[in-house]
Design a protein around this ligand. Sequence first.
Ligand code: HEC
Ligand code: HEC
Length: 256
Amino acid sequence: MKRLLVVAALVALPLPAFAQTGAQTAAPPTAQMIDTGRTLFNDKSLSGGAQISCATCHPMNGHTDNKTYVGLEIVPDGDPRGRSTPTMWGAGTRQAEWSWAGNIASIETNIRGIIVNRMKGTEPSKETLAALAAYMKSLPNGPAPLLNNDGMPRDNAPADVKRGYDLFAGKAGCMTCHVPASYDKKGPEDVGSGGAFKVPSLRNVSKTGPYFHDGRFKSLDEAVTFMWDFYRKKNDSKDTLSDADKRDIVAFLRTL
Ligand code: HEC
Ligand code: HEC
């Protein structure tokens, strides 16, 4: 019995070890690996019962179905147990750790957890995880014609967008956490939303609602108001944001 346990522990070990170092040690993904990953992403046989693929919840090449889940069950937005589906667009350019909890360092570890726990699939091979990770990281952000490569608005952006950016980077304090060009950062933060959560990337954000880990906010206006109230109280700021200021910030967010 004891011996069996030791063997089991040894067998269980290589996976997390691989997953944590995989990003540094794996050869750069080839086009073929990315193709394999795309095929697997659409393959229902990864799930127990073969009913559901990654693309079921992340349709349109790794985007989001805008729903909130517990496991495979859709729950009402805002259910504290629920987690809203994040987009994978731009996944290769982000700074934050993976999952809403923001505490998973490697994307391979995260994907393994999704296959085994959420999808009730069998243990995936190293190659399957590497191919899925390569495909995820190959996905570009959506088009953002008003942004420079560094994530700042272009000179030809409308005035409200530029004002919104100046507020975001200035007195509204948003950029202390949402850092360009991906508009996220490493390390979870407790913003009074029910625990510590990752600072999510705001790229593509006009298309990723409902917002926050549990999908509690339908609109960007609500999310911005919540964030500003948090920042203002935390920093004892005497600054105020008018409704027009908040509209400008939303106009800026929509260009991301
Ligand atoms: C039932 C819907 C569903 C399916 C199927 C699904 N996902 Fe997700 N995915 C989610 C939800 C919900 C989250 C957020 C979970 C959390 O963070 O607690 C998520 C998070 C992720 C993340 C982390 C993103 C981030 O920004 O932190 C990755 C990567 C991911 N999924 C890839 C995949 C892959 C690859 C598959 C297929 C093997 C898959 N997903 C299948 C719903 C789904
Ligand atoms: C202290 C760090 C911090 C600051 C400052 C901050 N945010 Fe956030 N932001 C977060 C975290 C953490 C979340 C996720 C909370 C959750 O999921 O419960 C978040 C979520 C969001 C979301 C929802 C994104 C999504 O995909 O669900 C938007 C929009 C947003 N923030 C905008 C802003 C704006 C605008 C400001 C400035 C007024 C701001 N944030 C300031 C940490 C911060």
